[in-house]
Design a protein around this ligand. Structure first.
Ligand code: ADP
Length: 752
């Protein structure tokens, strides 16, 4: 037989192979009883534990090949037969209590490997009577049902179990997702002065896989005296199969030497362990230890404890589920609150009020919101710069709307620097382009977990240095799962996705609302333009009549009027000319955007030259007009852009009282790949900051009618409208009596 295939049994187990130990084939039993394996059809004894002489009378070798009738009477044999006929019996059932040579035994039977395992457990008399035990268990269940949290539930359960059994320490132990164990609750004999294990975490290696598998098979395992000497079976092999007898379910199965060693090192003399299951899976254990000495828990009490373990499992699953659903409801409530707290403004900084407590959502140490190079932080978080860098990294590397990790540094190495605060991250992406995220941070577990023993070093050498033993150190020791946080639950990820979609829905709705508003505005602006156009157009005709009649009057009747009459007539002519100018401006203004201009690529160098050429006649030799840098090619309508530059340059030249006047036309170095920023600067009279907006109002002039060459006051209004129709914006910067710069943006040709 190759070493690989060799069976790992109690005789050859060590720490290198204990994960493969076939603990069901212990080949020996605990010494507080006797085991006989018998053939089903005739009850002939096939195997016996070698302690039969002291317990039952005959030695094992005398019993082999005999009928069970040498030990039990006819009526007892009949009872066994009836029970075998009535069910599968793959786990031990107590058949009866019997008296053999002054000793009381509880007799258990079950089927395995084609034989019947008969176990005689010696009964010790001092226990509560069944009736009082039943009523106290009943009372305990009522109290358990009334507890509010899983924690208070477990605290009460361990307390009651300690009370029934008399153990000096009872632990409720939960298996975590990573197979590590966590002491969630503990009841200690207050008189004993023990160190508490509550809150400790145990590495997964503490309970080897074979033990976990067997746990799932039997509800309760009891070892009255850990310092026992195992009693071997004779013969070792099951004669019917030729292999070792499967003791998986046997009450008296000898435990792994590794396990006994482990318990001994904890200073335990006796143990009773019960399963806690949730949805058929091992959730954890109720573990009872006795440090003062061996303790044999009688059958009746064990039945009560097992019943408690069933009820605890059942109720605990319900409690956990209700805590989870309360958490889920909390997450939903947050979502609803979140949605209703919207101010109805799609600009995110305003949409999510800073007062919104993000920490009210998932369990986290800190939270943040990012967007537009802006961070709002709550609780314990990395610095704003680190958060911004993280948001940028998310935009570049995570294609998903929801991103979660419980080890951020494994994705983003620089996150190591803030691992204590944020090893766990849950991110909801709101917008990728400007890195808008909602972020929740979870601290590193090392900050919160107390380890019992060193998980990186699962064995210690014993004093003689020869045999490896499970660890002996139980001092609180912090290590672990470095740089990881508590994992995120599916429930939390789903809630984050829901939160995001409700947020998106609101943003889209708000966007649509604003779009409708914008469309309304556009419509009324068009109507106004149409009105202005029609009005100015229609008014021009009667005005022309008035003007013509005034001129005729002046020509034909001037000599019949006195000087005052002639002056008034002149004023009438001047006013109608001015009104004509105003109507022209209004017509020009209302045409912009109404008439669908053709757009194309326009070289602003050429436009600037044309503008200067058309103006030099007016300002010849009086103003130095120069283009300071090569101007870009933009998207627009050439004639309109010519209007813009002509207006701005002529204003720049007009509103200037300096002896040496100049005007500069240029472009700012690249500010964005979509837009370019052009400017027209002069060394003129300047504009007061309070007039920065007003100058763009129609017919608004800051000066007397005839000062600075006069004007209708519509030039800048027209310029602004043209720039805006082109998708840009215009504004002014000025220093009084020194200089004025008009800046405007236009879409770059070839821009994205
Ligand atoms: P107008 O030039 O016909 O009066 P505009 O709409 O072009 O009308 O200008 C509005 C007002 O803004 C002007 O009356 C003037 O007071 C002021 N303004 C415009 N350009 C300049 C400038 N370059 N420097 C100083 N003031 C200016």
């Amino acid at each position: 037989m190759s070493t690989k295939a060799k069976m790992i049994l109690a005789q050859n187990v060590d720490l290198s192979n204990c994960d493969r130990e076939q603990i069901q084939y212990a080949g020996a039993i605990l010494p507080h009883g006797v085991l006989l394996s018998i053939r089903e059809q005739d009850f002939v004894i096939l195997q016996a534990s070698v302690n039969t002489a002291t317990m039952l009378g005959p030695a094992a070798e005398q019993l082999l090949g005999q009928s069970l009738a040498v030990v039990l009477n006819d009526s007892e044999l009949r009872t066994i037969r009836e029970q075998l006929d009535s069910g599968v019996l793959d786990t031990p059932r107590r058949a009866f209590r019997t008296l053999i040579r002054e000793l009381q035994f509880d007799v258990f039977i079950h089927r395995v490997d084609g034989v019947i395992i008969t176990e005689f457990e010696q009964h010790t008399g001092n226990h509560q009577d069944s009736a009082s035990l039943y009523s106290s268990v009943h009372a305990a269940l009522t109290d358990l049902q009334a507890t509010e949290t899983v924690q208070s539930f477990l605290d009460l359960a361990v307390d009651r179990v300690r009370h029934y059994t008399g153990f000096d320490r009872v632990l409720a132990y939960k298996f975590m997702e990573d197979d590590t164990g966590w002491v969630r609750s503990e009841s200690l004999d207050p008189a004993a002065g023990f160190v508490s294990y509550k809150g400790l975490r145990y590495p997964a290696s503490d309970i080897p896989q074979p033990a976990r598998r067997l746990f799932a098979k039997t509800w309760l395992r009891h070892q009255p005296d850990i310092g026992y000497t195992p009693v071997p079976l004779a013969p070792q092999a099951n004669p019917l199969t030729g292999g070792p007898l499967d003791l998986s379910c046997a009450l008296l199965r000898s435990v792994s030497v590794m396990y006994s060693g482990y318990l001994k090192n904890m200073g335990t003399h006796s143990s009773l362990v019960m399963n806690l299951l949730r949805d058929g899976k091992l959730w954890g254990l109720l573990a009872c230890h006795n440090h003062r000495g061996p303790l044999h828990v009688p059958y009746e009490v064990r039945v009560a404890c097992e019943f408690m373990a069933h009820m605890v499992s059942y109720l605990m699953a319900a409690k956990e589920r209700s805590e989870e659903s309360a958490y889920a409801v909390g997450l939903k409530t947050f979502e609803a609150k979140f949605a209703s707290s919207f101010s109805g403004d799609p600009k995110l900084e305003r949409t999510l009020p800073a007062s919104l407590n993000l920490l009210g959502f998932v369990r986290a140490g800190g939270a943040a919101r990012t967007g537009n190079s802006h961070v709002i932080k709550q609780g314990r978080t990395p610095s704003s710069e680190q958060i911004l860098a993280l948001a940028q990294w998310l935009s570049a590397h995570s294609p998903n709307d929801i991103f979660t990790t419980n080890c951020l540094s494994s994705h983003l190495p620089e996150a190591l620097t803030y691992a204590p605060i944020a090893s766990g991250l849950l991110a909801i992406r709101l917008s990728k382009t400007d890195h808008q995220y909602l972020l929740w941070f979870r601290p590193e577990q090392t900050q919160t977990v107390h380890w019992a023993g060193d998980p990186a070093k699962p064995v210690d050498l014993s004093d003689d240095g020869e045999r490896l033993m499970p660890r002996t150190s139980f001092a609180i020791w912090k290590q672990t799962v470095q740089f990881t946080s508590q994992p995120w639950l599916d429930l939390e990820r789903a809630a984050a996705a829901d939160l995001r979609s409700s947020l998106m829905e609101i943003l889209i709705r708000e966007g649509e609302r604003l779009y409708d508003l914008y469309a309304d505005l556009e419509r009324s602006r068009n109507e106004l333009d149409a009105f202005a156009y029609v009005a100015s157009h229609d008014l021009k005709e009667p005005l022309r009549g008035i003007s013509n009649y005034a001129k005729m009057l002046n020509a034909d009747y001037a000599d019949r009027l006195d000087q005052e009459g002639r002056d008034r007539l002149e004023t009438l002519i001047r006013l109608s000319r001015r009104m004509d100018n105003l109507l022209d401006s209004l017509l020009q203004y209302s045409r912009i955007g109404r008439i669908a201009d053709t757009y194309g690529e326009v070289d602003m160098n050429a436009v600037a030259k044309d503008a200067i050429d058309s103006l030099t006649a007016q300002f010849v030799n009086k103003v130095d007009i120069r283009i300071t840098s090569s101007l870009p090619t933009v998207i627009g309508t050439e004639s309109r852009l010519l209007e813009v530059l002509t207006n701005l340059i002529s204003n720049a030249a007009k509103y200037n009282d300096k002896a040496v006047k100049w005007v500069e036309i240029g472009v700012e170095p690249e500010t964005s790949d979509k837009f370019c920023e052009l400017y027209v600067r002069d060394n003129g009279i300047g504009i007061l900051p309070e007039h920065n907006e007003q100058i763009f109002d129609i017919f608004r002039r800051l000066h007397g009618r005839d000062e600075f060459g006069g004007g209708a006051g519509a030039g800048l209004t027209i310029v602004k409208k043209i720039v805006e129709v082109h998708g840009g914006r215009i504004w002014v910067e000025s220093v009084m009596n020194e200089q004025t710069t008009f800046r405007f943006t236009l879409r770059r040709a070839g821009g994205k």
